[in-house]
Write a protein that binds this ligand. Sequence first.
Ligand code: AGP
Length: 601
Amino acid sequence: MCGIVGYIGANNAVPTLFEGLQRLEYRGYDSAGVAICGRNGMKIHKQAGRVADLVATAPKRLRGTVGIGHTRWATHGEATTVNAHPHTSGSVAIVHNGVIENAGELRAGVLANVAFATDTDSEVLAHLIAAQDGAALEDAVRAALLMVEGAYGVAVIDQRQPDRIVVARNGSPVLLGVGNGEHFVASDAAALVRYTDQVVYLDDRELAVIHADGFRTFTLDAATTTKQPVTAALTADMTGTSGHDDFMHKEIWEQPEAVHSALRGRVDHRFSTAHLGGIDLVPKDVLTLRRIKVLGCGSAYYAGMVGAQLIEELTRIPADAEAASEFRYRKPVIEADTLYVAVSQSGETYDTLAAVEEIKRKGGRVIGVVNTPGSTISRACESGVYLHAGPEISVASTKTFTSTVVVFALLALYLGRIRDMGPADGARLIGALDTLPGQIAAVLDEESRMIDVAHGLAAAADLFYIGRVRSYHVALEGAQKMKEITYLHAEAYPAAELKHGPLALIGAGTPTVVLAPDDELWDKNMASIAEIQARKGPVVVVTDCRRPVSGAERILVPATEPELQPVLLGVVLQLLAYHVARILGRDIDRPRNLAKSVTVE
Ligand code: AGP
């Protein structure tokens, strides 16, 4: 979603801002802009479209030692150059992530006499700050923020006070980068990866005033806070495509390593259990647990469904997953003996964060399963488990889906071994986890087979994905991958539900991808295939069973323990979606209308 970058120091800010904006492109955006303070005052340059367009159209003489930049993902007002950030008022320029909920009220009230240049909610902030005429910029920003309701990550400059940038955060991430005689601002450490790994994360309702040689932090109530830089675990290598055509392909191929990282140091072969140092759940707590509720959005939700099933099967603790975006609105009963698990790759998804806050407000216990260290959700949860999958840049989640399932397997192992799971069952799961990276690599080696099948699927306008129990959850994720990067219509159903409605749509032009592991439901899946084929529907079966399936394309995966089979099926579905998207010439890493990190409601 929207991205912020800022620079203050002795060098020209422009190249740093452009590079930072390019590194934030993966978050999803539709326009971009910069504000630069130089010898001749402040210059604004903004543009609808890509950062490359912004760079290409930048005036040659655009330079200055202080600047802020932004990538915008439209919420209030269309994706036009006018609505792009920065927004200005008098000598002030601001960039803003988040939503100002009382913007309408402020426009009609205290700002009634102001002529607005844009349709955005963000512009009100620029006018509110400029209205605090004569105040030090940090005081003006603080006074303005006390008048707004909503979420913000904001960076502000004033051409009359060019020795500072003021930043603030409430519900939308902002961090400072500490350099030598220079400082940076970003909404995501990835933007600063070539300049510094020393970062300071701001907390909600916290502000910072940044100069070339230092910074000071304080709260909205003007109380001084003390912040120490921490090292961001990111390198420039991690944010490149490493010879792959795009990030999605790189990240699909990184899965064997991502699974290794998720497992590293966490498997106890001796006692057939798991060590999860990040969660503070002692055996006594585990014995009192009566339920586990997993919350996440999109692919994190689907991975959570696989995880909840795994936990319930292995621990016999009732577990289910729910869309975090729905959770707080249905007045959930928060139970003291339920363990809530929030899943998020970015750690910044607003709906998931709101669910975490709601649980905490009502006294519930919530742990995180998060990929991004230091992210808002990881800090909001009492404790948690990191995926250690490394940065995921492509909008479509791939390696983090897989790593999330693996972390749930470890969680199930830990909880299960405290409850009823015996050492033999623990060892069975550990054996399967140990061989999983090699098995994923074997699936990847069959990529050419997925390319063949993708050619058949790319001609369809609608596709169905079906599976039963664990495989249904992967079917949801497979259909999601297909929709988001190919723009083909894809729906997932529990296999037995087909005949309760969607079968009416099955015909020669609507292929169905059937996830049919070699388990006790094999015959039932064959019956579903027969129903589809009787309506002339083309079938692709993804399975570890070597028995032939007449009239269907078959993609074979290695056999593993049933609880982990979803991982291998999932990798096939990623490659199918990826290659259909390539055949159709889609912008794979940046699908239309989508953002990597959805930081608004
Ligand atoms: C799927 O490919 C998307 N990236 C999306 O569904 C994503 O999983 C969802 O927006 C949640 O993001 P999070 O894991 O960062 O919380």
